[in-house]
Design a protein around this ligand. Structure first.
Ligand code: 4GX
Length: 250
């Protein structure tokens, strides 16, 4: 997958050269291509910011160098969607990552300062996305979040394909608790069923734990999900046990 990046700080994207994403870059499953608006600046100071019309605090990305950088990126990959990162965008989630992973190329515009000229959004941007309801100092980390989440879904990037399908959130549920050796750690043992070798019981225990954790922490995710008869039974059991432990009437 081809990622084009329009950013004043291309060096930040070095972070993607570590670990799983780094290997995906090294073996050419993904490639990163940078366009820095500063390289398209025309004055002797290579200015890339400008004042907002109407006055007020803060600066806006200077329009012409930004537009030229976006144009150059688009010329390198003609039918690529241009994604703008901002808190005003649609919230990025696992489902969006899965859909973007089917693309062959994407261009990310990572803005700095207080934003960009609205006419550039209207003319050059296809979609506006947000990684969460908080304010970053720039769009670079948000673009990296999206590139990371998309890259690990590409064929062969994560060694064990099962770990993708069993990801928390792929199923719309939070991850069940996991344990590794030793079986007793600081006096705390692991759930007995995990030592039983009984695969179906282990599967049911994990599904019940996932459903219970999602019910406790992310009822919004549970409300979006259609439960199978088995899932309904396991969640009902979890809720009964939870209410019994906390001696609530149910
Ligand atoms: N998810 N930021 C964009 C510049 C900006 C300022 C105002 C539009 C209007 C963010 C996020 C995010 C910080 C990136 C502000 N753009 N991006 N930047 N949350 O906070 O994606």
């Amino acid at each position: 997958m081809w990622f084009g990046i329009v950013s004043l700080f291309p060096e930040m994207f070095q972070a993607l050269h570590a670990g799983v994403t780094g290997k995906a870059i090294a073996n050419q499953t993904v490639s990163l291509h940078h366009w820095n608006p500063r390289d398209f600046a025309s004055d002797k100071h290579q200015s890339v910011d400008d004042h907002p019309y109407g006055g007020g605090p803060g600066m806006i990305m200077m329009a012409e160098p930004l537009k030229a950088a976006i144009k150059a990126a688009k010329e390198a990959k003609k039918d690529s969607k241009v994604i703008y990162l901002s808190p005003q965008g649609r919230r990025f989630d696992q489902q969006a990552a899965e859909e973007f992973a089917a693309s062959s190329s994407l261009i990310f515009l990572a803005g700095r300062y207080e934003g960009i000229d609205e006419r550039i959004i209207e003319e050059e941007i296809d979609e506006e996305w947000s990684v969460g309801d908080y304010v970053l100092t720039g769009g670079e980390l948000a673009a990296m979040v999206m590139i990371d989440a998309i890259t690990r879904l590409l064929p062969g990037v994560v060694g064990d394909e099962d770990s993708i399908t069993q990801d928390s959130l792929t199923s719309g549920l939070l991850k069940y608790p996991q344990y590794t050796r030793p079986a007793s750690l600081g006096g705390k043992s692991i759930p007995e069923v995990l030592l039983s070798g009984h695969h179906q019981q282990i599967e049911h225990w994990r599904l019940k734990a996932s459903l219970g954790k999602t019910w406790l922490r992310r009822p919004d995710l549970l409300a979006k999900k259609e439960l199978s008869p088995l899932e309904n039974k396991l969640l009902t059991e979890f809720i009964h046990e939870f209410n019994t432990i906390y001696s609530k009437k149910d």
